[in-house]
Write a protein that binds this ligand. Structure first.
Ligand code: BT5
Length: 256
């Protein structure tokens, strides 16, 4: 059974609403440290130090959904698969709340009209996990730096109608609760659902790893959540962590 049918784990209680935070993941980690229950959620109108992966920053002006959810899975589980499950939950939430088709770019970009609508940052916090989700719900392009604005998209602009941040949050917590329950139960069905949304399947990609750059064709995630990249000589490399960009995106960047 996949996360679609399963009864979800209730998330979003308590719900802490802040006007401003450094990063909602910071608050999520604090909640973890003081023993808050699984499902505790923080949402901020703005983040002044929003972060992405690998030390990158996440621009978080007013109008977006910037939130973090505390999870307390038992044992030491596979975070790669949980990260994919969270991406699927975000894509489904965007579709349900805004009526937009959302695709996924490994490991955790959620794309609408081939631009980044949302990102996910999973962090360990003592004996807990914090799932940070950023969605450009109603972020005016002028509120982002030009470089980010040129690759980002907001749900209201993409759908041509106003979208409520809390409507996205409600459905996100529901979808995340279902996919989290499926993942806890060892259900690897999320891989197939992820693959149905894969924006990069069959596309030429450039993968930047520490000390190495791979060029090849993306073949989607394997059963462990690692990205399979077919190199020119036919060999397949599994990529566990790194940056994946479509070759087209890299060409655009190089031509500047
Ligand atoms: C991510 O990182 O995509 C994870 C973003 C997670 C943000 C949430 S918001 C709530 C919680 N609290 C936090 O502090 N973080 C989480 P990564 O794959 O590393 O992508 C980062 C890159 O996305 C940046 O280097 C920019 O190029 C781009 N970017 C920054 N802000 C953006 C935005 N608002 N919309 C689209 N792209 C953005």
């Amino acid at each position: 059974m996949s996360g679609h049918g399963r009864t979800g784990i209730g998330l979003g209680r308590p719900l802490v609403r802040l006007g401003e935070a450094t990063s909602t993941n910071d608050i999520g980690r604090l909640l973890a440290a003081v023993g808050a229950a699984e499902g505790a959620t923080v949402v901020a109108d703005r983040q002044v130090l929003g972060r992405g992966r690998l030390g990158r920053s996440w621009e978080s002006p007013a109008g977006g959904l910037w939130c973090s959810v505390l999870l307390r899975p038992p044992g030491s589980p596979s975070l790669a698969l949980l990260s994919l499950a969270a991406s699927v939950a975000v894509a489904e939430a965007i579709e349900a709340a805004a009526g937009l088709r959302a695709t996924l770019a490994w490991p955790n970009d959620v794309m609408v009209h081939e631009r980044k609508a949302a990102g996910i940052l999973l962090e360990g916090a003592a004996d807990a996990l914090v799932v940070g989700v950023g969605v450009n719900v109603a972020v005016p392009p002028g509120a982002l730096t030009p470089d980010v604005a040129s690759r980002a998209i907001s749900l209201d602009a993409a759908s041509g109608r106003p979208i409520e941040r809390d409507a996205v949050l409600d459905v996100l917590l529901d979808r995340l609760g279902r996919w989290y329950a499926a993942w806890l139960a060892g259900d690897a069905g999320v891989i197939d659902v992820w693959r149905e949304r894969d924006a990069l399947a069959g596309a030429p990609v450039v993968v930047t790893l520490p000390g190495e750059v791979l060029e090849g064709i993306a073949e989607g995630p394997d059963q462990d959540g690692a990205l399979r990249v077919r190199l020119r000589d036919g060999r397949v490399r599994r990529v566990l962590a790194g940056d994946v960009l479509s070759a087209a995106a890299v060409t655009v960047r190089r031509s500047r």
